[in-house]
Design a binder for this molecule. Structure first.
Ligand code: H2U
Ligand code: ZN
Length: 345
């Protein structure tokens, strides 16, 4: 497939059925962008004004416990509530459906001044354990069909609280992304009797060009069909439908993989790298999902430096997402970085 490295082409995403336009000729020298001065992170371990720090009051006056590891609470401004009626209204083309669910906030650490990239693997493992507990608890409810675990990092991503945290939105119905991924994984499984993402990981491990990291259980790679300049995926090497199926060893190695990818990201532009990340896993709709393979997506907006971001506008909003730097170039760039966080060097 080498004849495409200099020419515009489109690549197919077999998980969603969508295409991305790749225009490598537009970015022959994509790493000549300026390097910004390192961003100096906050030095406050505890911020008296933070709504998520241990012992502090939240916006609505509720006081957080003096938590020492992770802390989960129901979102005070939840987009989904458990009591919404499960009814459908249809008038011609106007269709609406009641949607219920539960929104939670997961504080990753009592420390205000840290991030996944700065946390120890042992502390990230506590976050993984918390995600597993939440997925199991929320997913076992009959009124929850899907548990979406995610982290929105940095002001650039619209994150409102600097304290290290993620969110969980658990809903009755399947979301757009899950509907696509379930459909394409199922079709593949029915046709080949194998999981799409297991075959994909095996193919990428053979090709090597897009792989950034591999441990006993997990692979981090820039997907062949990546849209964002430094988009990555974290995938298991063995069949795992959801977090609940992870062994203790797999939880630990997942924490290692998360540490790896977040450190590389921070090192790329010597900044606290913004992104949206989240896990896709088997729906909790009571159905049988032999097609499902859990994974995480990292969608970072940065393009050239700590301040120059990619915008999904114009052609991308109206037609198809487009990228200049190829996924292979992005992988090469990320692979060349140090494993040590730039602030520790
Ligand atoms: P971000 O991940 O976008 O920063 O959102 C933080 C969430 O924390 C947001 O959904 C919730 C907001 O509703 N939150 C509370 O529930 N209570 C608070 O006191 C502050 C923020
Ligand atoms: Zn805080």
């Amino acid at each position: 497939m080498n004849h495409f490295t200099d020419h515009p082409h489109r690549r197919f995403n077999p998980l969603t059925g969508e295409w991305v336009l790749v225009s490598p000729h537009r970015a022959k020298r994509p790493w000549q962008g300026q390097e910004e001065e390192p961003v100096v992170p906050t030095e406050r371990r505890h911020d008296p004004g933070c709504h998520l720090c241990p012992g502090n009051a939240r916006q609505n006056g509720t006081r957080n416990p003096a938590y020492a590891s992770t802390f989960v609470f129901d979102n005070d401004f939840a987009a989904l509530t458990p009591d919404a009626p499960n009814e459908t209204e249809e008038t011609g083309l106007l269709i609406a459906q009641g949607e219920s669910g539960i929104c939670r906030v997961v504080c990753f650490s009592p420390r205000h001044d840290t991030t996944l990239a700065r946390m120890s693997v042992a502390d990230i493992e506590r976050v993984v354990d918390t995600w597993v507990e939440q997925y199991a608890e929320l997913g076992s409810r009959p009124d929850i069909g899907q548990v979406q675990i995610f982290e929105n990092r940095g002001i650039m991503m619209g994150c409102s609280q600097p304290h290290p945290h993620g969110q969980i939105w658990a809903s009755r119905h399947q979301t757009n992304e899950m509907i696509k991924e379930t459909k394409f994984q199922r079709t593949y499984f029915e046709k080949h009797g194998r999981r799409l993402l297991l075959d994909y990981v095996e193919q990428e491990l053979r090709a090597e060009t897009r792989v950034l990291y591999e441990n006993a259980n997990w692979v981090v790679l820039v997907p062949y069909w990546a849209i964002w300049p430094f988009e990555t995926m974290l995938l298991p090497k063995w069949p795992i439908r959801s977090m609940e199926e992870m062994t203790a060893a797999e939880r630990f190695t997942l924490a290692e993989a998360l540490s790896f990818v977040t450190i590389r990201y921070d090192n790329l532009f010597k900044t606290s790298f913004p992104y949206s990340m989240g896990f896709h896993q088997q729906p909790t709709d009571g159905g049988d999902h032999p097609e499902w393979q859990m994974h995480a997506h990292f969608y970072p907006p940065l393009l050239r430096s700590a301040t120059v971001r990619k915008f999904m506008v114009g052609f991308e909003m109206l037609a198809t997402p487009q990228r200049d730097i190829t996924p292979e170039q992005a992988a090469e760039r990320l692979r060349a970085l140090s494993d040590t966080h730039y602030l520790d060097e």
